[in-house]
Write a protein that binds this ligand. Sequence first.
Ligand code: G4F
Length: 332
Amino acid sequence: MKRALITGITGQDGSYLTELLLAEGYEVHGIVRRVALENPDHRMWRIRHLQGRIKLHAASLESYPSLFRTIQEVQPAECYHLAAQSFVSYSFEDEFSTMNTNVNGTHYMLSALRAAAPQCRFYFAGSSEMFGKVREVPQHELTAFHPRSAYGISKVAGFDLTRNYREAYGMFAVSGILYNHESPRRGFEFVTRKITSNVAKIKAGLAMELRLGNLDAKRDWGHSRDYVRGMWQMLQLDEPDDFVIATGETHTVREFCQLAFDAVGLDYEDYVVIDRQFYRPAEVDILLGDASKARRQLGWQPEVGFEELIEDMVTADVAQQTEGRGLAPTVA
Ligand code: G4F
C-alpha cells in the first residue's frame, strides 16, 4: 500500500485529493496545525466524512523540526504540499507572513524530505498567479513569470525551490501551475464562493446586496476535483516535470455573477454593488491557461465546464440555506 502525506489536507484541494488517494488504495496521512485538532468542528468540516480513514499529524509549516519528525515517522512515497496562505488579497495586507509561510514552509518541506525521505515524490502547488501581468495569452509552461502580489512572488520562489531540489539533489520534485479551481468546498473569501453563497442568501431573503470589487478581471476557472487528479498524475510519471493545469477558457467575474444569479432566477445587476475596498493594489487582469502539455503527457483533461461548476456551487449553497445548515459568513 502506497503512503501519501498531504499538507493542507483540511482545505478544498486537500479534501478532494484525499478522496482520490483513498480510492486509489493509498494510506493517507495529513499535516494539520494543532489549532485545527483543537477546533475540529470549525476547521475540519471538509474532511469530517473521511475521519477514521486517514491519519493526522500536528505540525507547523513554521517549524522545521515538526515537519522533519512527521516525515521521518510517516516515510511517505508521495508528498503533496498544498498548505499555504492562499488568499491573494490578504497577501497585500500582510506580505511578511505570506512570504514566511509560503516560502519558508516550502523550503522546510523540501529540506526535511531530502534529509528524512529522499525517495519521496514531491508535489508543489504552484499557481497561475505566478504569471501575474501576463506576457502572453494563453500562458504555458515556458511563459515568463511576472507576479503581482506577495502571494504570487512566494509561489515563484516555491516553484524555483522545487525545481532546484530536482536539479541539485536529484529529487522527484514537481510543480503544478494550477489555474483557479473552485467547488462547493471553496473558502468563502474567494470571489466564486462569495458570489454563490450570497446568491443563496439573497434568494432566501437573508441579504439585500453583494459588494464586490473588479468585475472585469478574467479567470480560467475549473473544478477542484478535476485539478487534484492532475496533481496525482504528475507524481505517477517516469520523469519529474512541471505542468499547467487549466480549462483553456477564460471568463470575467461579471459573467460568473450573471450565471450564478441566473441560476436562481435573479438579475445580478439588481444586487451587485461595486465597492472599492475589494479592488487590489495590483490586479492580475487576465489568466488563460494552455494545458496541452498536460493533455499530451498526463492524459489530463477537465470534466467540469464553467456553467456546470457554477450550477454545482449555487445548488450546494442554496441547499445549505434551505436545510439551515450554517449560514455563510459575510467576508471580504
Ligand atoms: O477568487 P479570488 O480571490 O482568486 P485569485 O486572486 O484569482 O486567486 C486564486 O486563484 C489562484 C490561481 O490563479 C490561486 F493561486 C490563489 O490561491 C487563489 O485560489 O479573485 C479572483 C478575481 C480577482 O481578480 C479579484 O480582484 O476576482 C476579483 N474580485 C472582484 N471582487 C474579487 C472580489 N475577489 C475577491 N476575493 N473578493 C471580491 O469581492
